[in-house]
Design a protein around this ligand. Structure first.
Ligand SMILES: Cc1cc2nc3c(=O)[nH]c(=O)nc-3n(C[C@H](O)[C@H](O)[C@H](O)COP(=O)(O)OP(=O)(O)OC[C@H]3O[C@@H](n4cnc5c(N)ncnc54)[C@H](O)[C@@H]3O)c2cc1C
Length: 315
């Protein structure tokens, strides 16, 4: 039995954790945010929820499809049906977490030891064990093996002192994204989601057209990719206004906005795809999983975590 630490409670980390637990290993997960989810997280405003990261995902690999079926049986996931305007993948099934996007990670975390609000610092070695420290330099524990599922820049910092290969692996560049969240007054959503070729707008999602939502009319707007890159350091309130104005202009009707906010994702998606899938060095006992080692989506994150765990368990 190995004593394994996993950094990150997103899809990749939690998937790997469940495989290790099934194989009889001891797993502890550290997550810097307040809950599991990573980029499939959900923002709350009172009783209202916004899926402000990944809005939905698709599944094509048989192993991943089987996992999604289990999530559906557990009521943590459902198919999202509705009108998708300018859909680049018409007819492809769109899945969402229920009742919120972070429900899938909550489900994956239910039999795991997840320590939240713990931002792991660059790891140290002592007598063949890895020592993990939190943001206040408290010792979190000593482990035989450490797996990072953090984005490349953060993984590079975590393993910099120990893993000789780290600079070559953590090369993928991650692109930023802005998500604007609006809670509207009484309004009938004209569509479920709309995808754009536009200088400001990327996609607009009427959150409450997703299954098992209820509540108010919550809209999530992702800006255009180039707009996010060009404006990454600009004032967030100015960007929120510009993105909201572009949405209202496209909608062509007046809106009552009861609440609005904006979130900047510094590391939303990798700039390019990568076929590495995962990284594991049996000599250092350090490993890496995450969507950025594959195709930059939920399915990639799951496959990366799953295949890394299988390699370590069977290898
Ligand atoms: C705006 C947006 C839109 C998207 N759209 C889609 C889409 O339409 N379809 C799709 O399939 N995918 C989409 N994605 C991508 C999808 O969300 C990701 O591919 C997937 O969630 C990545 O999972 P992961 O486990 O690899 O990484 P993450 O979810 O990023 O998990 C890594 C975790 O590590 C934690 N962490 C980092 N550093 C530390 C540290 N030092 N200590 C402790 N914890 C740490 C982070 O807080 C995070 O929770 C989108 C993402 C965003 C942001």
């Amino acid at each position: 039995m190995k004593n394994i630490a996993i950094i990150g409670a997103g899809i990749a980390g939690l998937t790997a954790a469940n495989e290790f637990t099934k194989a009889g290993h001891k797993v502890t997960i550290y997550e810097k945010s307040r809950g599991p989810g990573g980029r499939t997280s959900t923002r709350r405003n009172g009783e209202e929820r916004f899926d402000h990261g990944c809005p939905f995902f698709t599944a094509s690999y048989p192993q991943f499809i089987a996992a999604v079926k289990q999530w559906i049986q557990a009521d943590a996931c459902a198919v999202w049906q509705g009108e998708f305007i300018n859909d680049k993948q018409p007819g492809t099934i769109k899945y969402v977490g229920t009742p919120a996007m972070n429900s899938i990670c909550k489900y994956l975390a239910k039999n795991q030891q997840v320590h939240t609000a713990k931002q792991v610092q660059p790891i140290k070695v002592d007598n063949d064990k890895y020592i993990l420290l939190d943001q206040d330099n408290n010792i979190l524990g000593k482990y035989d093996m450490v797996i990072s599922t953090a984005p490349p820049e953060q993984t590079k910092a975590l393993f910099a002192d120990i893993e000789p290969e780290i600079k070559n692996i953590c090369k993928p560049q991650m692109l930023p994204m802005f998500s604007v969240m609006l809670q509207l007054g009484s309004f009938t959503p004209p569509y479920a989601a709309k995808f754009y070729q536009h200088n400001i707008l990327g996609q607009v999602i009427f959150n409450n057209t997703k299954p098992n939502r209820g509540g108010a009319n919550n809209v999530v707007i992702h800006c255009a990719q180039k707009y996010a890159i060009d404006n990454v350091d600009k004032d967030k309130d100015t960007l929120k206004q510009a993105i909201t104005d572009a949405f209202i202009n496209d909608l062509g009707s007046a809106l009552k906005i009861k609440f609005s906010t904006i979130h900047r994702w510094l590391y939303a998606k990798p700039a390019s795809t990568n076929n590495q899938q995962f990284y594991y060095n049996p000599k250092t006992r350090l490993a890496i999983a995450g969507d950025w080692l594959y195709n930059g989506d939920v399915q990639s994150a799951w496959l990366s975590g799953y295949r890394l765990a299988q390699e370590i368990i069977n290898g």
